[in-house]
Design a protein around this ligand. Structure first.
Ligand SMILES: [Zn+2]
Length: 501
């Protein structure tokens, strides 16, 4: 697997200091500022952080019982771009993403493998860290684990108990949804509708089928902690309430996750946190759309899923990022390998252009990014992180850079290429050396096609010979042969260069 180097945080700080991006456009009467679609209001709202210049964001992370898959990758990359773009705007961002390291699935796996839950979660946290590095995700400020926050979780449940928002049955503690008047406000349904839609509940100890466990008595062989209700372990939802409040306070600015978390997970987080403290939990709720395969929701249980490792072993990891960015984060996306291939070719085109720019501007020193381009980029991204339109803008720019290069007009290249890099950085793209990316992709492609670099060079040399000797028919024949292999030739003053399609 090829690991990409991750852009360092100082890049973003440098950006924010060098260009007052947040102030950009403020003299324009049509300037709107960042608009975010808030699931809570089901509408786009202007984003105004609680503290000026600062954003606090919590995103639900993965349950570490298995390899992360492309569905996780979509959520990770969605909020990874939100994180990067907020930094691009110059905000000081505190980004928190948890690990659920205590869950029935982890317990099952540990018992199947005759090992401990800690060993299972350590293995998959390790794997997750390698995946996020490959995907170019910026590290969160905090990555709390449920098992390391048991005292905070117990304190939260105690508080709910004191307010009459928890009841105990045989060592289990439940949250009575009837006790929280706002229950259903995120999924925009009322209690009756939700109860009607709930599965037939076999646990008759609960007052409502929607009541959920805050604490569970541990069975024989399960991990346990001492608590006021006996030996047990926390339920799932309560960990996010306890950990988000610990690291971000309450309220904080943005809470994110996949659309499948709206109900019941996020609904329950709201009930617990707002019930306990009588204050809003989070002000903006963002959810990314589902990832489907052949129109069916991709999921572990239906078996139609690829792991991040499987994808990144086959191709450049950046192709996956680019592929997701081509769709708006809220739209459902039908996953396809052809789509990924196309994304890989597209990202290759940006890198090839950057190689040309680097060659043409070698020794010219660094230029200030073109501010008109950055403003155009900001307009697109300010519209609820509209990455498809931002990517379209990048490709328009790639085309115009190539035109300037073709015409030998290099005087304006520096500023425009610098702007392209800044935009790409805000999306997490172009974080490798263009030359190395092009070479590594070419090597990978040659290997996949069962070709050899020496063989290709030999064919190119044969064509050059034929051209020199004016055997043009032969030269064209070789060019055609290479084209069928997927190789395009370009005759430049410095000789023939070739690239893969
Ligand atoms: Zn959560």
């Amino acid at each position: 697997m090829i690991f990409c180097s991750i852009s360092q945080e100082h890049d973003a700080v440098f950006l924010a200091k060098s260009w007052p991006i947040r102030k950009m456009g403020e003299n324009n009467p049509f300037f709107m500022g960042l608009q975010i679609y808030n699931t809570l209001s089901a509408s786009k709202e202007e984003f105004v952080p609680l503290n000026p210049g600062e954003v606090r964001i919590y995103v639900c992370g993965v349950t570490v019982y298995d390899s992360s898959h492309v569905g996780h990758a979509r959520a990770l990359l969605t909020f990874g771009v939100v994180y990067r773009y907020l930094k691009f705007l110059g905000y000081q961002v505190t980004f928190v993403r948890n690990f659920t390291d205590l869950d029935d699935k982890i317990i099952d796996r540990a018992s199947r493998e005759h090992t401990t839950c800690d060993a299972i979660s350590a293995r998959y946290i390790d794997e997750f860290n390698r995946d996020s590095k490959a995907l170019g995700l910026l590290a969160p400020a905090h990555e709390p684990k449920a098992t390391e926050h048991i005292p905070e979780i117990i304190a939260l449940i105690r508080r709910l108990e004191e307010k009459g928002m928890a009841y105990q049955v045989d060592g289990d503690v439940f949250f009575p949804v009837q006790s929280f008047p706002g229950y259903g406000k995120l999924s925009r349904r009322n209690l009756e509708e939700l109860e009607a839609g709930a599965r037939i509940e076999i646990d008759e100890r609960k007052k409502s089928p929607l009541d959920f466990a805050l604490w569970k008595a541990s069975k024989e062989g399960e991990p346990w902690w001492e608590s006021p209700w006996g030996k047990g372990r926390p339920g799932w939802h309560v960990e996010c309430s306890a950990m988000s409040t610990k690291y971000l306070g309450q309220p904080f600015d943005i809470h994110g996750g996949g659309l499948d978390l709206v109900f019941p997970h996020h609904e329950n987080e709201i009930a617990q946190s707002e019930g306990a403290f009588g204050r809003t939990l989070a002000r903006y709720w963002m959810h990314n759309g589902f990832l489907n395969l052949n129109k069916e929701k991709m999921s572990k249980s239906s078996g139609n899923i690829f792991t991040i490792r499987e994808i990144t072993a086959e191709r450049e990891a950046e192709a996956l990022r680019h592929y997701f960015l081509l769709s708006h984060y809220r739209s459902p996306l039908d996953f396809s390998n052809q789509g990924l291939d196309e994304a890989e070719r597209s990202i290759g085109r940006i890198y090839e252009t950057m190689v040309r720019v680097e060659q043409a501007t070698a020794g010219a020193g660094s230029a200030m990014p073109d501010s008109a381009l950055l403003e155009a980029f900001r307009r697109e991204m300010d519209d609820d992180f509209n990455t498809p339109r931002a990517i379209a803008l990048i490709f328009e720019e790639v085309r115009s850079l190539n035109r300037l290069l073709d015409d030998g007009r290099t005087e304006r290249l520096g500023g425009r290429a610098a702007a392209l890099k800044v935009m790409a950085e805000a999306l997490g793209l172009l974080h490798r050396s263009p030359q190395l990316f092009v070479e590594s992709r070419r090597e990978r492609w040659i290997k996949k096609q069962g070709l050899s670099e020496a063989g290709i060079k030999e064919l190119i040399a044969r064509r050059d010979r034929a051209r020199r000797e004016k055997r043009f028919e032969e030269a064209d024949r070789v060019r055609e042969e290479l084209k069928e292999m997927g190789i395009a030739l370009e005759d430049t003053p410095g000789g023939t260069v070739w690239k893969v399609r």
